[in-house]
Structures are given as structure tokens and as C-alpha cells.
Write a protein that binds this ligand. Structure first.
Ligand SMILES: [Fe+2]
Length: 282
């Protein structure tokens, strides 16, 4: 087969979508197809290699369950999640920076009173008081914002990965007060390995990459009139800040806990949300 007949296959596949009623779907898939076909031509992919790709994607789908999202993990580990995030969230405008959503959100949790602990069992770990304020971009405190938080236990696992943990352990929702503040008690998060017992873990190993993420707490903040913010706070000094397995670290999100008089740790962080009209996804 000649190079021009290879190109004809690609063009036929793209032309087949010409009458798609959804123009955006057609345009995006046309670009994806062009790059995918180019990649296959450029690498002279073998039939066995393509079978391996399909087997990998099949396993990725089969690994997904109500508690596990291997495709989000795949997207994170390929840097795709961070690229989509970077394209859709302007930085440098005084708005708090976003990062990956990750695969371990477990749905909205009950709203707890301000200052409550998010632990559902005792853990060995340094006590940490997390306090934050939520403001809109013009500096107005955002009252009644929903602040959802989740973090891994000291064994490096989220409750949804670990049957030994009580459901809802180390995750909760809070509502900001009139001055935009919220607070909760927790423990200092630890670095952890992303699940490496599935297809994404096999790929990590095949690529000689480590599976570790620097210690962090997840936040999703939603307020009327503002764009939702999905982000983390990372702990300064973590050995994996420079090599996060999912490329999620931004320097504005790295915080150094302060030592309090009683020896416990505290983080205070000001969150600023963009106005609802900013960006593409409102
Ligand atoms: Fe996480």
C-alpha cells in the first residue's frame, strides 16, 4: 500500500462524519481521527500492538466500578486532565488556581457544623485545623458557599478504597459563614500512591514511573454567581511536589502549616472564586 492510499483511509473516515448533526462532535472527532491515524502511520503500529491497546482499554473499563474510576486515573496519569484544566481555567487573575478532580470524590456529604472533625475514627497523624475564607473575585466574602473536602487516610487510602475505613471518613461538606469563613479539624495529609494494581498501574510500571502523589487535601467549592472551584492544597516540603504522578501541583496551592501553641498544626487559606461568566464552562 502506498502512503497516498493510507491517507485515503483517513480522509474517508473523516468524510464519513460530514453530515453529523452535531458540528462540534464532528469537528473534534475529525481532529482526533487525524492525529490517531497519523500516530499509527508514524509508529508503523503492528496489529499485535493495536490489540494490546484494545485489551488495555477493555481492562480499564472493566476495572471501573461504583468505587473506582480507572478512566479518570488514566486521564490524570497521561496529563490530559491537567491540560483540560489549564485550557479552561485562566490563571494569574487573582482567582484561586484549580487542579485535577481525581477519581476519589464520593458524592456530596452531609454538611457539618463549622469547626467539626472530618474523621469518623481516630487516626495516628498530626492534628490539623484547616480554616479558609471564600471570596468572589471582587473581594466580597461569599456567604453560604458549599465547601466539599476529601483526603486520604494515613495508610494512603481513601475510604472508598479501603473497606476497613468507615464510609465518609475524612470527607465532609461545610457551608461558609457570613464572613465567607469555614473551618474543620483533620489530620495532616500524607503522600500516597495512586491505585497501581490495575491497568494504569501496569502502565506506570512499564514506563518506569513512580505512582506517588504529594500530600494534599481536595476542595470543591460551589457558590451562587461564581464558577465552581475544584482544587487541592498541597503540603510544603513533600518529596513528591516536583514529580506528582498526575502533574497536579501548582505553586500557589502549596501551603506550609503553622505550629500552634498546643503543638497542633493549622492552615489558613484564602480561596477566591471567579465570576460565573468567566471561562467556557460558566
Ligand atoms: Fe487525592
Amino acid at each position: 500500500m502506498t502512503d497516498s492510499s493510507f491517507a485515503a483511509i483517513t480522509q474517508s473516515a473523516i468524510d464519513s462524519m460530514a453530515k453529523a448533526p452535531n458540528a462540534r462532535l464532528r469537528d473534534v472527532l475529525s481532529v482526533v481521527l487525524r492525529h490517531l491515524h497519523d500516530a499509527i502511520r508514524e509508529t508503523r503500529l503492528t496489529a499485535a500492538e493495536w490489540e494490546a491497546v484494545i485489551a488495555f482499554l477493555t481492562r480499564t473499563g472493566e476495572t471501573c466500578s461504583a468505587e473506582r474510576q480507572e478512566f479518570i486515573l488514566l486521564s490524570d496519569f497521561l496529563g490530559v486532565s491537567m491540560l483540560v484544566d489549564a485550557l479552561n481555567h485562566a490563571s494569574g487573575s487573582g482567582v484561586s488556581e484549580s487542579t485535577v478532580f481525581g477519581p476519589f470524590y464520593a458524592g456530596r456529604q452531609p454538611i457539618l457544623p463549622v469547626g467539626t472533625s472530618i474523621l469518623k475514627r481516630a487516626e495516628k497523624g498530626a492534628s490539623l485545623r484547616m480554616r479558609g475564607t471564600v471570596r468572589s473575585q471582587d473581594g466580597t466574602p461569599t456567604s453560604g458557599a458549599l465547601v466539599e473536602v476529601w483526603q486520604a487516610a494515613p495508610n494512603g487510602l481513601y475510604d472508598v478504597q479501603d473497606p476497613a475505613q468507615p464510609a465518609g471518613h475524612l470527607r465532609a461538606s461545610f457551608e461558609t459563614a457570613a464572613d465567607g469563613s469555614f473551618a474543620f479539624e483533620t489530620i495532616l495529609p500524607v503522600s500516597y500512591a495512586i491505585p497501581d494494581d490495575g491497568p494504569v498501574g501496569d502502565l506506570l510500571q512499564a514506563l518506569g514511573r513512580h505512582p506517588n502523589r504529594p500530600a494534599h487535601i481536595h476542595f470543591m467549592i460551589t457558590a451562587t454567581g461564581c464558577r465552581p472551584l475544584v482544587t487541592h492544597l498541597f503540603i510544603d516540603g513533600d518529596p513528591y511536589l516536583e514529580s506528582d504522578a498526575v502533574f497536579g501541583v501548582k505553586s500557589s496551592l502549596v501551603v506550609r502549616p503553622q505550629r500552634r501553641a498546643d503543638g497542633s498544626l493549622a492552615i489558613d487559606y484564602p480561596f477566591t472564586l471567579a465570576g460565573a461568566a468567566m471561562g467556557q464552562d460558566g
